[in-house]
Design a protein around this ligand. Structure first.
Ligand code: ASP
Length: 343
């Protein structure tokens, strides 16, 4: 069968990859996308139809907002049938949040959406941006028997392709900036790009469904020894919150002091969702493994298993934005929707 030439859409949102140094202040600031393509003439050598869309005002990803995730999801929806794959150029600071959010927003995704960026701007000789961008495009374009290998939202960085909603940024100065401790890399780029076929989400034939309603009425309570009743209660009683992410110790453990359990119970009785995720970057929450987590399970705290903080935040925003009743929402929160958790 003759393989059709792939078509990839490059979406430029900003980030270091497209920044340059302000000559006066020395700060890194986003620059215009046309300069980026001029910096990588190699892009013209690909046997790929490459098109691009650039944000009018590129952003440092620390300015990322849910509205931008909606904009990205809508760009992908509008261009879905015209392209075989999508590459999103994005700052690394919040790349894992965007990848996680998009994974939930793009239901039944059947094409690759690869986010990448760099630690050094593309104009700098030692930049990591060129390799990241070129390989991300190659992965987004790769098909076998006219079908894409990757059908999920991923991050490609420093020779590794990861499931986006399993990652977090762990290093602000190394090229190898991301980790996916609870799920293996989906591919590794060396002389060849080797895909870990068993780890990939399998293609489905359902139609893409794009969700654009997100609700950010959530708060995070990160535990530490000595956390006070005054502060805990102030956070749990914030007006308007619908869900709380409880960042616990180890395998999902927390103090068993009565005031703490009572405060959580009061919040749950008011209909607030409490999701337990661990402060450890590897391993998972197992409520009931220790006495220090059994009380949480008993009062209805939900286990986030091995979800990353980034996935927990965006999954809650996504589910709270759907028209779900309380039990549907809770059921989906602890289910594996897009490969984000291990059951
Ligand atoms: N501050 C930058 C950003 O996230 C860092 C990067 O691009 O890696 O946009």
């Amino acid at each position: 069968m003759k393989q059709k030439k792939s078509s990839v859409l490059l979406i430029y949102t900003g980030g270091t990859i497209g920044m340059m140094q302000d000559l006066v202040s020395g700060e890194l600031k986003p620059f215009d996308f046309n300069s980026l393509t001029k910096q990588i003439p190699e892009l013209n050598k690909f046997a790929i139809n490459l098109s691009s869309i650039a944000f009018k005002k590129p952003i440092d990803s620390s300015n990322m907002q849910p509205e931008v995730w909606v904009e990205l999801a809508e760009i992908i929806k509008a261009n879905y049938d015209k392209h075989d794959g999508f590459v999103i150029l994005h700052g690394s600071d919040t790349m894992s949040f965007t990848a996680s959010a998009l994974s939930f927003m793009l239901e039944n995704l059947n094409k690759p959406v690869i986010l990448t960026g760099s630690q050094l701007p593309i104009g700098i000789i030692r930049t990591d941006g060129k390799e990241n961008l070129i390989t991300a495009i190659e992965i987004a374009a790769t098909k076998v028997k006219n079908k894409p290998i990757i059908t999920e939202v991923c991050i490609y960085f420093e020779y590794k392709l990861y499931r986006g909603n399993r990652t977090f940024k762990y290093n602000s100065s190394h090229f190898d900036a991301f980790k996916s401790p609870n799920y293996p890399a989906l591919a590794e780029a060396g002389v060849d790009i080797n895909y870990n076929n068993n780890a990939l989400i399998k293609t489905n034939s359902k139609k893409l469904k794009v969700h654009t309603q997100l609700n950010n009425d959530i708060v995070v309570l990160k535990l530490f020894p000595g956390i006070s009743k005054k502060i805990t209660s102030a956070i749990l009683n914030l007006k308007g919150i619908k869900a709380i992410i409880l960042e616990t110790f180890g395998a999902g453990n927390a103090t068993t002091e009565k005031w703490f359990t009572d405060e959580l119970k009061k919040a749950i009785n008011k209909g607030i969702i409490i999701l337990n995720i661990t402060q450890c970057s590897e391993g998972k929450v197992i409520q009931g493994m220790y006495e220090t987590s059994s009380h949480l399970k008993k009062i209805g705290v939900l286990s986030g298993s091995d979800m990353t903080y980034e996935s927990a935040v965006t999954k809650l925003m996504f589910l709270l934005g759907q028209k779900l009743n309380d039990s549907q929402l809770k059921k989906q929160l602890i289910s594996n929707l897009r490969g984000e958790l291990t059951l």
